[in-house]
Ligand binder design. Sequence first.
Ligand code: 13P
Length: 255
Amino acid sequence: MNSSLRKPLVAGNWKMFGNRAEAARLVEGLVASGAGSGPAEVVVCPPFVYLADVGRQLQGSGIGIGGQDVCAEETGAQTGEVAASMLVDVGCRYVIVGHSERRALYSESDDLVARKFAAASRHGLVPILCVGESLQEREDDATRTVILRQLDAVLSMSDIGTFARAVVAYEPVWAIGTGRTASPAQAQEVHALIRGRIGEKDATIAASLRVLYGGSVKAVNAAELFAMPDVDGGLIGGASLKADEFASICAAAGR
Ligand code: 13P
C-alpha cells in the first residue's frame, strides 16, 4: 500500500458458512472491535438471505455490506437469481463478481462475469472483480495470460470509465482456503500487471484503482502482503468468519 490516492479496503467473503445466529454474533464482535472506524474501509459479504439483517445490525458502525454474486440480467423469470437493483435495495455498496468458486463450480465464463460486472456498474454497485490462476496454470507459466484474459473480457464489454468505480481482487486459486499464501513478491508482480493493463487505457484510473489480494490472508501474514506497493487491501475468506482475526487484518490494512 503506498498511494494516498487509494484508501485501503478489506472485504470479508463469508461464502456459504454459518447461520443466522452465528452471523449476528460475528457482526456483534466486529462492531465491538471498532473495525469500521479505522483508516481502512471495511465491508462484509454475507449470504444473500442475511444481507438485510446484517446491514441493519451494522448501521452506524462504518462497516458496509456487499453481495457475493449478482445476476447479469436486470429483472425477469430468473429463478434463484438476485438482481443488482435488489442488492442496492438492501443497502449493498459492493458485489463480488467472478469469484473462482463461481467460475469453477458453476461454470461461469469470462463473458458471463463481464456481463455481471456491467450489471453491477449500471446500478452504481462497486464490482469486486476476482481474477486468478489455478496451480496448473501457474506451473505452466500461464499466470500472466490467464489474468489478462480474465481482465480483458471485462474491458471489452465495459468502458474503462467503469473502473473508476470498481475494485479488482487477485485471488490465486491455489491459495484459496489452502493455507498457502502467495508470497508478497508473487502478489506484487500480479497486482502490478493488473494495474499496468488498466494504465494502458487510463493512467489516472489505474493510479486510483484498488487491487486487493485474496487467498489465505490471516492476521499473521496480512501486514507483509499489504506492505507491497500495489496491494491495496484484501479479500478475506476463512479469516473473515472470526471477528478478532478479521479486525486484526483490518487494522493491518490501515497501517
Ligand atoms: P480464504 O481467505 O479462506 O483463502 O478465501 C479467500 C477467498 O476466496 C475470498 O474471496
